[in-house]
Design a protein around this ligand. Structure first.
Ligand SMILES: C[S@@+](CC[C@H](N)C(=O)[O-])C[C@H]1O[C@@H](n2cnc3c(N)ncnc32)[C@H](O)[C@@H]1O
Ligand code: SF4
Length: 430
């Protein structure tokens, strides 16, 4: 069926979350798409302080205009334009946290300042309203603040370990006015330091202090593991974050997609459901906007809304990925820009296959079905990038090495392939 045919549009519209409508408190529970949560954020900020009101007004204005542009772009492109794009401008980092999904991913050949500039311009034109900036540590890129300041039609949500947030950086962020910085913290100081390294908790608190001092709007980001979830869901933790001036908090459930997956950190179904209930409860009572990834991307039908429906991810080399937890790609923004990424046959094939978007065991459906996504990418090889070609050859090399009893001297890429294979085997046997 040709791209953008009426049948495709009907199907995609049907599952579309209410990601751009400014919601009410009720909407926050009925439609847990990322966009509707951002909308709820606006609703809540609007009730807090004059400073947040100004921020709210700015974001609401941006969202309204972005939505109009998005509707036009969708007509022109014949498919969905996500309201949220996650981007990793770098995979470099000054920390070495346990369980981080960025370990082992390529960090060379980053998108240049000019390429990011062009990408953000195109995002504005197409009607994207928010860019979640992750990595790597985004603030190791010295061009980031300037770039964010240059693209005021977008709301930027960078996630940082906080170590590079100086008073000057905080003031700049407050002045720019379209940046909502999230500082990563893992709960108790011991939890943060155990995962992120000694002194990481203090560094995060220091960053939050600078942001408060500067009058910025900001929040926290915390990864739920079996070890810290009990504390993250307490009134004490959330009240502490509110006390530190956070307007928003992102909880992300640990997905074992890192170099050394730690199954002990995974939440079982009971813990996952209990934390979900807790988040919904906290949302009702606490003056802070709480976003829960990836759960807020799933509606009642347990269907992931990434892969270009409501969001997608662009890695530091420009590869277009359905989400950061499923680093599989068939396109690169260097080839045809964002518009071409949004029309990606790979993303469309994912969106049209409900089995790929449903999760049973892991927090993230696309990670759960990574082996199928890999095969799908291979089948759609007309646009497969250099990296995927190399991966194909890497698997062949690896098999040869195994046959010859060699295991030493593997490249980083080969080790990644080996991990992916081990993951597929584990998924197949469990
Ligand atoms: C990859 S980091 C990049 C941004 C920045 N360096 C930081 O640490 O905040 C973005 C967020 O993802 C979280 N994260 C890292 N690995 C993860 C994983 N395997 N599963 C879930 N969240 C993860 C981090 O804790 C952090 O809050
Ligand atoms: S979680 Fe963030 S700070 Fe930690 S290693 Fe990963 S990218 Fe770096």
């Amino acid at each position: 069926m040709p791209e953008g045919s009426p049948a495709v549009r009907t199907q995609e519209t049907k599952h579309r979350p209410l990601h751009s409508d400014v919601g009410t408190g009720e909407d926050r529970e009925r439609e847990p798409g990322i966009g509707s949560l951002i909308a709820s954020a606006l609703w809540m900020w609007g009730r807090s302080s004059p400073r947040h009101m100004a921020f709210f007004a700015g974001i609401a204005w941006r969202m309204w205009h972005a939505r109009r542009r998005r509707v036009q772009s969708e007509r022109r492109l014949g498919g969905p334009v996500p309201s949220v794009v996650a981007i990793s401008p770098t995979m470099r980092c000054n920390y070495n946290c346990r369980g981080c999904y960025s370990h082992g991913r390529d960090s060379d050949n980053e998108l240049s300042t000019a390429e990011l500039d062009a990408l953000f311009s195109e995002a504005e034109e197409l009607g994207v309203n928010s860019m979640v900036v992750t990595g790597g540590e985004p603030l190791v890129r010295s061009d980031l603040l300037e770039l964010m300041a240059r693209h005021r039609r977008l709301l930027f949500v960078p996630i940082t370990n906080g170590s590079l947030v100086t008073p000057e950086v905080a003031e700049r962020i407050a002045r720019i006015g379209n940046v909502l910085l999230l500082v990563s913290i893992e709960g108790f100081p011991e939890d943060t330091d155990a995962r992120r390294g000694p002194g990481a908790h203090k560094a995060a608190l220091r960053a939050l202090g600078h942001l408060r001092q500067a009058g910025a709007c900001y929040g926290f980001a915390a990864t739920n593991t079996a070890a810290n979830t009990g504390h993250l869901g307490t009134d004490a933790f959330v009240d502490e974050m509110i006390g530190l001036g956070c307007s928003v908090g992102f909880f992300t459930e640990y997905v074992p997609c890192d170099e050394h997956p730690n199954d002990d950190w995974m939440l079982d179904q009971r813990a996952r459901e209990a934390f979900r209930r807790r988040v919904l409860e906290l949302r009702r009572h606490k003056p802070i906007v709480l976003v829960q990834f990836p759960h807020d991307e799933y509606g009642k039908d347990n269907r992931c809304s990434a892969a270009g429906q409501a969001s997608l991810h662009i890695n530091s080399q420009g590869d277009v990925e359905p989400c950061p937890f499923a680093p599989i790609s068939c396109e690169n923004v260097r080839w045809g820009g964002l518009a071409s990424a949004f029309r990606s046959p790979f993303m469309r094939a994912i969106r049209e296959n409900p089995a790929l978007l449903r999760r049973d065991r892991f927090a993230c459906a696309l990670f759960e079905h990574r082996a199928d996504l890999g095969e799908l990418a291979v089948r759609l090889r007309t646009h497969v990038d250099e990296r995927e070609h190399e991966r194909g050859r890497g698997r062949g090399r690896e098999r040869e090495q195994e046959r010859e009893g060699e295991g030493k001297g593997k490249s980083k890429r080969d080790r990644t392939i080996e991990r992916e294979r081990a993951g597929r085997t584990a998924a197949a046997t469990s």
